[in-house]
Design a protein around this ligand. Structure first.
Ligand SMILES: Cc1ncc(COP(=O)(O)O)c(C=O)c1O
Length: 376
């Protein structure tokens, strides 16, 4: 059978996590927390499990959750939303991104991806019969606007942005947001798909969300993930914020892809949003970032700046000249730590001798991992 995705195989995240298991290594590869979920949320599962909440939820989401998301977005970005028209609860950011691309991108359109980029953007573009245009980020892992302006044309339907950025941990400046506005104003057919799943994980620098821009709001789809915000990646629940015009199209696809999202998870998160503070997330992960970086000081790895997310990029140039994939494999087998090679995030597999560690781990895991890394 002719494959629709001939170049797609098992993702590196599956491969490295499996290797971590096979070699009994500490897994700093895949981006998930290994500490316990908040007891308050666990209690809310118990409470809601006994409620009449086990049948299909409304297509766009439980009204109480839509209301909760609307309040959150208003509080964080002073953006006023109509919960019915502008918000869609999704089965994680991955479904949100897939659904948006299927809904908005036509055959032979072009879609800009900024490399290195998270791995779920390209396949839905290809399935839509469109062309991914991969443009490298600059040396600071921020958008290279000159190149983006050059490569945007009448066929460009979407630009996919990711801020705060996985894998680099970079965070946009206000200037980046202003240049995105300029790009959108110049190209009437263009829309933005803004992947902001780490929106609440920034440290010294503020997060400039597309939600906060009056110019971008009507021409953008903003995606977030409760998996990242509430340390529950396995729940696979997130949401889309979009203008009514874009949302009408997105819902057409959503209703035939999943129709609606896990009702129990929606009820629990709706309750949890009333009692938790997303503002504390940055402080929580800043402590982990600082701890990890401090412990890595005596290692031979060179750590890049990390302004957001729970990922730390490290160069191993002074340790080895191996490819990043070979080095990552040897790291698991010989030193017992799993990381992700950065080349897999680049369309052209560009190898800069960089690997990515996830520091969303408990203190003991970070201590054990850094002890091993410092011995290399
Ligand atoms: C940048 C980025 N976008 C999207 C996702 C997918 O999020 P979800 O697990 O909610 O589907 C991830 C998960 O790691 C991510 O890092």
């Amino acid at each position: 059978m002719l494959s629709k995705l001939p170049d797609v195989g098992t993702t590196i995240f599956t491969t490295m996590s499996k290797m971590a298991g096979d070699y009994n290594a500490i897994n700093l590869s895949q981006g998930f927390p290994n500490f316990p979920t908040d007891e308050i949320l666990i209690d809310l599962i118990r409470k809601n499990a006994g409620a009449n909440i086990h049948q299909y939820a409304p297509m766009a989401g439980l009204p109480s959750l839509l209301e909760g998301i609307s309040n959150l977005v208003h509080k964080c970005y002073t953006r006023d939303l109509n919960p019915i028209e502008n918000i869609l609860v999704t089965a994680g950011a991955t479904q949100a991104i897939f659904t948006t691309i299927q809904a908005l991108v036509h055959k032979d359109d072009e879609v800009i991806i900024l490399d290195p980029s998270y791995d779920c953007y390209e396949a839905p573009i290809i399935l839509a019969g469109a062309k991914p245009i991969r443009i490298p980020l600059n040396a600071l892992f921020l958008p290279d606007w000159e190149n983006i302006f050059k490569q945007t044309n009448d066929k460009t339907r979407l630009i996919i942005t990711n801020n705060p950025h996985n894998p680099s941990g970079s965070v946009w400046t206000e200037h980046d947001l202003r240049l995105l506005e300029k790009l959108i104003l110049k190209h009437p057919n263009l829309a933005v798909l803004s992947d902001e799943v780490y929106e609440f994980i920034t440290f010294e620098k503020a997060h400039f969300s597309v939600n906060s821009s009056e110019i971008l709001r009507d021409r953008s789809v903003v995606v977030s993930s409760f998996g990242k915000t509430f340390h529950i990646t396995g729940w696979k629940i997130g949401y889309i914020i979009a203008s009514e015009t874009l949302m009408i199209e997105i819902k057409k696809v959503h209703q035939f892809l999943v129709f609606c999202v896990n009702s129990l998870a929606q009820a629990c998160i709706s309750d949890y949003l009333k009692v938790t503070k997303v503002e504390s997330l940055g402080v929580f992960y800043k402590i982990k970032r600082d701890f990890f970086r401090e412990k890595m000081k005596s290692s031979r790895f060179e750590l890049f700046p990390c302004d957001g997310t729970y990922f730390q990029i490290a160069s191993y140039k002074s340790i080895s000249i191996e490819s990043d994939l070979d080095f990552s494999k040897r790291l698991v087998k010989e030193f017992g730590v799993a990381a992700i090679p950065l080349s897999v995030f680049n369309g052209n597999q560009d190898d800069q001798k960089l690997i990515r560690f996830c520091f969303a781990k408990d203190e003991q895991t970070l201590i054990s991992a850094t002890e091993r890394l410092c011995k290399i």
